[in-house]
Design a protein around this ligand. Structure first.
Ligand code: NAD
Length: 503
């Protein structure tokens, strides 16, 4: 049996129960259909085939979930941090034990290739372990004594929080947002993306099997405009951690205004990879290809704009074109596949619309620029050359395996092009000139920058973007800053003067 056939057979086993029951909500420890009885169909992007039904929740379901999270909050907040730590580690153990199931279901539900998804499950477990260990120091503060007072700070969990996640790498992103919330002592209502609901349900089950008390984590499936919106408006939900498109972030900010929601936004990107003539060009080529063509290019941190210095551009682009044409598009369950299908038809249509726009704008389609096959939402890995920064293909987040190459003459021009964009999530700079690297990264408008490297995530470092790419940071202690309230307590050390009124 080939690896692909083995994976297909195992996947059928894993999906069988979802075909029977659909993907249910989990509220207060109970698996539940939507109160309205409504559901919607979930299809695979690989062959457009039906996978399962999914609970289509509305405001009433969200209200029940928020109430369950509120009821569970005091006990979870007050639990010994060592006990919280132990539960979070057991969740990580459960993820590792079911890593293959998670990986295969994620591939089929999202179209992401197995070679990346097999690691995504394990990275999710690492997220839980990292924040499990940090649960012990989550409440830590500072001593800031003055001449009359001992001032101390402490942190307390903000309360029940809403977590809203997208479809591109849903499992990993859910763990990334939910693990720190739980470690901080918050309870959670999670609304996963409607296009990729399966692994969020598996994750939830793992958590409760690991001993997470009922109601601490609640799962509500459904569409953004009803379940998602209701969550952002619910008065019991104190904060919304959101990962998704910039325009959705803007809607959530408006929806949350009446209840003064605290928001944390991880939004879109159109990230530059800037390659100078003095760089190690072979490594730069490998990294540029990896950062836009891995994960189907459906990656917020993708290097979707290649800025290449004129003096080395011809040779670099020739090698790049050959490599892009050689990328292996195929069934995401096949371990040899490098690029799978896009998540769904609407997104496929959006990505394909840029093939025409590129030509109309005067760019060259050096590779790809068309659908791949006639079943499933596959596109050929695409490279646009001869682009200028004012074109739609240079300015807009395409979110597919599509790279736009733009030439520059010198450092000033590279910086102008890199920053002339509404987004500011990541930047990648390739140069062997140290002072240039320092100068350039200082001026580059991005929340995260890697020099001579692809995106290598180190969990204690801050993750997030500037401009239209986000508000706030995740990672290390920054996650706790969001999920917790700072509290100051001043204790008088003596008999300092208190002004006497009406004496
Ligand atoms: P999306 O904004 O369409 O949806 C994300 C989630 O928001 C879904 O669960 C959706 O149901 C929900 N939603 C939609 N409308 C809502 C509303 N009015 N109120 C509340 N919730 C609502 O994003 P997507 O298409 O699923 O994901 C792709 C986007 O996510 C890209 O722009 C990508 O760059 C971004 N992303 C960013 C990061 C990051 O860390 N910066 C990471 C991954 C993805």
């Amino acid at each position: 049996m080939t690896d692909l056939a083995t994976h297909q057979a195992k996947l059928e086993g894993y999906l069988a129960r979802f075909r029977d029951t659909g993907v249910l909500n989990q509220i207060g420890g109970e698996a539940r259909a939507a109160i309205s009885g409504e559901s919607f169909d979930n299809h695979s992007p690989v062959d457009e085939g039906f996978i399962c039904r999914v609970a289509r929740s509305g405001a009433k379901d969200v209200d029940d979930a928020a109430k369950a999270a509120r009821a569970a909050f005091p006990a979870w907040r007050d639990m010994q941090a060592t006990d919280r730590k132990a539960i979070l580690h057991r969740i990580a153990d459960g993820i590792v034990a079911r890593a293959e199931e998670i990986a295969l279901c994620e591939c089929w539900d999202t179209g992401q290739a197995y070679r990346f998804m097999s690691k995504a499950a394990l990275r999710g477990a690492e997220n839980f372990r990292f924040f499990a260990d940090r649960a012990l120091s989550a409440r830590d503060g500072q001593a800031l004594p003055s001449s009359t007072l001992i001032n101390i700070t402490t942190r307390v969990p903000i309360g029940p929080v809403g977590v809203i996640t997208p479809w591109n790498t849903p499992f990993m992103l859910s763990t990334w947002k939910i693990a720190p919330a739980l470690a901080a002592g918050c309870t959670v209502v999670h609304k996963p993306a409607e296009f990729s609901p399966i692994t969020a349900r598996i994750l939830m089950e793992i958590a409760e099997e690991a001993g997470l008390p009922p109601g601490v984590w609640n799962l509500v499936n459904g569409f953004g405009e009803d379940a998602g919106k209701a969550l952002t408006e619910h008065p019991d939900i104190k904060a919304i951690a959101f990962v998704g498109e910039s325009k959705t972030g803007s809607m959530i900010m408006k929806q949350g205004a009446d209840t003064l929601k605290r928001v944390h936004f991880e939004l879109g990107g159109k990230n530059p990879v800037v390659v100078f003539e003095d760089a190690d060009l072979d490594r730069a080529l490998d990294a540029a290809i990896f950062m836009i063509y891995s994960l189907n290019g459906e990656r917020c941190t993708s290097s979707s704009r290649l800025l290449i210095q004129d003096s080395v551009a011809d040779d670099f682009l020739e090698k790049l074109t050959a490599r892009v044409k050689n990328l292996k598009v195929g069934n995401p369950l096949d371990p040899a596949t490098e690029i799978g299908p896009l998540i769904h038809k609407t997104h496929f249509d959006k990505v394909c619309s840029y093939f025409g726009k590129a030509v109309e704008g005067g760019a060259t389609v050096a590779a790809g620029g068309a659908r791949d096959g006639d079943k499933g939402w596959f596109v050929k890995p695409t490279l646009f050359t001869g682009a200028t920064n004012d074109m739609a293909i240079a300015q807009e987040e395409i979110f597919g395996p599509v790279l736009t190459a733009i030439r520059f003459a010198d450092e000033d021009e590279a910086l102008n092009i890199a920053n002339d964009i509404p987004y500011g999530l990541t930047g990648y700079v390739w140069t062997n000139d140290l002072t240039r690297a320092l100068r350039f990264t200082e001026k580059l408008e991005a929340g995260m920058i890697w020099v001579n490297s692809e995106n290598v995530r180190h969990l204690p470092t801050p993750f997030g973007g500037v401009k239209a790419s986000g508000i706030g940071r995740d990672g290390g202690d920054w996650s706790f800053e969001f999920y917790m309230e700072q509290k100051h307590i001043g204790l008088a050390t003596g008999q300092h003067h208190i002004p006497r009124l009406g004496a």
